[in-house]
Design a protein around this ligand. Structure first.
Ligand code: AMP
Ligand code: ZN
Length: 456
């Protein structure tokens, strides 16, 4: 079965196929805004898209997929951060780009084939805006900004099914933002010295110096690197409106053709029922979790435990379950050696992934297969291919032991010695001390393990 994926525009499952005669599948995934660390909610989206990228490679061939993921390194949020920190934009965006790359590598996400930055594509954005102005889809406002004229694109709202009345298409002349209609959106924002510091570029013909609006960035980078029509465009569900709706309007009016054949939106990671977000402050970064003693590979596994098109509640318990599932996979793989057995784990895993990227079903199929087989019955090469599809690197470091503070290790050792000597009163008192310090000691007959307490 080919890869079937839900298309948010047509609201149905559709097979993925490259439309261009060269057979190269063109895939654009909206990337991070690099003004702060990406949290593991953001990484849910990037890990899900990484599985998609891997599936596309397995289906069409590694050299028949072009995956582009941008870096938003200029927009309201990045500029706001330069004002807050009083540091140059490039310094801030470089810092968070480097951190993003390090986290992606730790999570075993394949690098996209191209990773354009919005500031590296200003000329291309200006060109698109000029075409839109020439065609009558955009206009210069009194302050020198440029707006997209929403009424000029009758197809607007097809992706989000936003009702006309919600769009409030009115003919209000010049509101506070100098727009003709409140629903028009900015393609180019005129320079405001008090807000923008030294961030500005020469504008489109007839407009003021300033900077691009966020939406035009993706339209221009996608056009420059993948052409006018792409096979798949994806992002988190919050990007569906207005970001992707606006991208469609700009690209289709400028290029005169379909922008994307398929739209995919994955759902959010929640914390106690609300979306994990930087603005709410209710987030974990990968570093937070590594500091608590979890391995990045377990974070990847846990992010794939829920169906990507359903919201997923984040819990530290899932990380513990992921850690032990990975340990089982490692042991099983080691026992398999280079077995040429007949059990094909890949077939069952990939069948679930081809069915709308059903990652929990894929993990279920994986464990059903290994629970019912001896390692020597399983085909090692196909098992490794299943690990590639899911992006599990079984050679990656396990939960780092060094994260346990030396004082805790010492307390635990003393307690273990007391217990061995049958001095249970001391052992119990020391356990209480460990608990108060946030650590659980899990005893087996011959050994013990230290785990941080659940806090989420
Ligand atoms: P940003 O860096 O805010 O531009 O977001 C980068 C990506 O993360 C986008 O595709 C967002 O849709 C996605 N995203 C933001 N918050 C979450 C969340 N809580 N869970 C999953 N994805 C998210
Ligand atoms: Zn985008």
């Amino acid at each position: 079965m080919p890869i079937h994926l839900f298309d948010s525009l047509e609201r149905t499952l559709k097979p993925l196929t490259p439309a261009h005669p060269d057979g190269v599948f063109r895939f654009y995934n909206c990337g991070p805004t690099v003004y702060a660390p990406a949290h593991i909610g953001n990484f849910r989206t990037f890990v899900v898209n990484d599985v998609l990228r891997r599936l596309l490679e397995l289906e069409f061939g590694a050299n028949k997929v072009k995956h582009v993921r941008n870096l938003t390194d200029v927009d309201d949020r990045t500029i706001g951060q330069t004002q807050k920190e009083k540091r140059p934009l490039a310094e801030i965006t470089k810092k968070w780009t480097d951190k993003f790359h390090a986290d992606c590598d730790a999570l075993n996400c394949l690098r996209p084939h191209a990773e354009p930055t919005a500031t590296g594509y200003i000329k291309e954005q200006v060109n698109m805006i000029e075409v839109l102005m020439e065609k009558g889809n955009a206009y210069r406002a009194a302050d020198g900004s440029v707006y997209f004229k929403l009424e000029s694109f009758p197809g607007y709202g097809a992706l989000s099914r936003i009702k006309e009345r919600e769009l409030k298409i009115t003919n209000i002349v010049a509101d506070a933002d100098h727009k003709d209609s409140v629903s028009d959106f900015a393609l180019w924002k005129a320079y405001k010295p008090e807000e923008d510091g030294d961030v500005k570029w020469p504008g489109p013909r007839g407009a003021s110096a300033g900077r691009p609006g966020w939406h035009i960035e993706c339209s221009a980078m996608s056009k420059s690197l993948l052409g006018d029509t792409i096979d798949l465009h994806s992002g988190g569900v919050d990007l569906l409106f207005p970001h992707h709706e606006n991208e469609i309007a700009q690209s289709e009016c400028c290029n005169g053709t379909t922008f994307a054949h398929h739209w995919y939106h994955s759902e959010h990671l929640l914390v106690e029922g609300t979306t994990m977000s930087k603005s709410k402050g209710n987030y974990y970064t990968l570093t937070d979790l590594v500091e608590k003693g979890y391995s990045p590979m377990a974070v990847r596994y846990a992010l794939l435990m829920g169906h990507p098109r359903k919201q997923l509640n984040f819990m530290l318990d899932s990380l513990r379950a992921a850690e032990s599932a990975l340990a089982t996979l490692r042991t099983f793989r080691a026992a398999m050696a280079d077995s040429t057995g007949l059990v094909n784990v890949y077939a069952s895993v990939v069948a679930a992934l081809h069915d709308d990227l059903n990652t929990p079903a894929a993990l279920g199929a994986l464990f059903t297969a290994i629970n019912h087989s001896k390692p020597s019955d399983v085909n090692a090469a196909l098992f490794d291919r299943a690990m590639f599809a899911l992006g599990f690197d079984l050679t990656a470091p396990t939960a780092p032991k060094a994260e346990v503070p030396a004082a805790i290790t010492a307390l635990a050792a003393t307690r273990w010695a007391a217990k061995q000597a049958k001095d249970f009163a001391t052992a119990d008192a020391l356990r209480k001390e460990l608990t108060a310090a946030g650590w659980s000691m899990l005893d087996s007959k011959t050994d013990y393990k230290l785990e941080p307490h659940k806090k989420a």
